[in-house]
Write a protein that binds this ligand. Structure first.
Ligand SMILES: NC(=O)c1ccc[n+]([C@@H]2O[C@H](COP(=O)([O-])OP(=O)(O)OC[C@H]3O[C@@H](n4cnc5c(N)ncnc54)[C@H](O)[C@@H]3O)[C@@H](O)[C@H]2O)c1
Ligand SMILES: [Zn+2]
Length: 379
């Protein structure tokens, strides 16, 4: 059964990964919802595509729905939109027995999850992640929050959901670039988990139909299970959970250096993964051979990452800015081999520059040479 558990004692919850399975969703809501009404939030793009069918499934239990469609896009993770959500919840006199359901990508679950965490000091909530990135990452682990003008995700709270319900049918409408972004996080798990996950991802990447449900279910389940295990052991990111930042020190710096929004977060992660692989090989040349197949897989994703100008110095400056903000953030997650991550906090500027340069050279040659993963059958 494609179900995995985040094991947090009384706050444990399950992550379901299925296809066309509205009945399991309504059952999960039935278990969690103590009142006869349900607060439902939808990402605007998702609502236009799937709102009617989700609403129909939710109404089947004759529960009163209080619905709000929230704007799509990173800008929605703002104090302004949050204020509107508070207004909506409090005007409807939400109580602590009520339940909030969030349907959308990582933006919507971060934003509405934070509203759930802070309204009346915490309302229980469940998530229907509808992007690949949210299914394998953002919806799991209870990190919620909004952006501040000084940086991303700087205002937030830990608030674990009561369930995560992934249904691959929503991915059929996901734009190709969003698919690549989600695959960036999946490829991250390949480095962390090791050969089995890499083989599963390679198999998926070489398949003719990227929307085939069963391969997607397997890929999402394997990714979600790994994150669930890490969160179960280190909910508050004391140390272990920080390994999920593999590829992200470079990735975040690339996002900042290119101007937020030019690359999707997951696309920047793909580039960050290659830079981290190069750095791992530089620090310990014997790992280069062990990482060869994994490196090839990441390059196959780079072919689908949109080509944008990336200034080497701007990326290094962004990493230094991170360093000033928190020494902990500059612990690089590197690999001794696939499935063998470790933390390295003694990386110097010359090593960073060399590995970044190697990645940028590869991106220049391969970046954007393949169409992003699309619904079309590939030859
Ligand atoms: N909380 C965490 O642990 C965590 C982890 C990783 C990322 N994040 C956050 O997640 C966000 C990125 O999430 P994302 O990549 O899901 O982006 P997103 O939520 O912006 O969604 C991407 C796009 O897809 C659209 N969309 C959503 N579902 C769709 C569907 N089924 N069909 C068609 N279009 C659909 C959205 O409207 C949006 O335009 C960032 O803000 C990031 O900070 C959080
Ligand atoms: Zn990420």
């Amino acid at each position: 059964m494609p179900v995995t558990t985040v094991d947090l004692g009384k706050r444990s919850y399950s992550i379901q990964v299925r296809t066309n399975c509205a009945t399991k969703l309504t059952a999960a809501i039935g278990k969690s919802c103590r009142t006869d009404r349900l607060f439902v939030f939808y990402d605007a793009n998702l609502f236009a595509l799937h709102g009617a069918e989700i609403r129909k499934a939710l109404k089947a239990r004759r529960r009163e729905l209080q619905e709000l469609v929230v704007p799509s896009g990173e800008k929605a993770k703002s104090p302004g939109v949050l204020k509107k959500i508070y207004g909506f919840l409090l005007d409807q006199k939400i109580s602590r027995d009520d339940f909030i359901l969030v349907c959308g990508g990582g933006v919507t679950s971060d934003l509405v999850g934070y509203a759930a965490a802070t309204t009346l000091r915490g309302i229980r909530w469940g998530v229907v992640p509808t992007t690949l990135l949210a299914m394998v990452d953002a919806a799991i682990g209870g990190k919620t929050g909004i952006n501040h003008k000084t940086g991303k995700n700087l205002v937030g709270a830990f608030h674990q959901p009561a369930f995560v319900h992934c249904d691959t049918r929503y991915l059929h409408t996901l734009p190709p670039r969003e698919f690549v972004a989600g695959l960036g996080e999946v490829a991250k798990y390949g480095g962390l988990i090791g050969p089995k996950m890499i083989a599963l991802t390679q198999k998926y990447l070489s398949s003719a139909d990227p929307h085939a449900d069963q391969p997607l279910v397997r890929l999402i389940h394997a990714s979600a299970a790994y994150k669930a295990e890490i969160v179960s052991r280190d909910e508050r990111e004391g140390s272990l959970r920080m390994r999920l930042n593999f590829g992200h020190t470079f990735g975040h710096a690339i996002e900042r250096a290119t101007g937020y929004g030019r690359l999707r977060h997951g696309e920047a992660v793909v580039l960050g993964l290659l830079a981290a692989i190069e750095l791992s090989s530089l620090v310990n040349p014997r790992t280069a051979k062990k990482l060869r197949d994994y490196r090839e897989m990441v390059i196959s994703l780079i072919r689908q990452v949109k080509r944008v100008e990336i200034d080497e110095k701007a990326v290094l400056d962004a990493i230094s800015l991170d360093k000033k903000r928190s020494a902990a953030q500059l612990k690089f997650v590197l690999l001794q081999g696939t499935g063998k991550p470790y933390f390295a906090d003694n990386i110097n500027m010359s090593q960073m520059r060399k590995s970044l340069r190697a990645m940028l050279a590869c991106y220049k040659v391969h970046g954007g040479t393949d169409a992003p993963y699309s619904g079309r059958k590939r030859a």
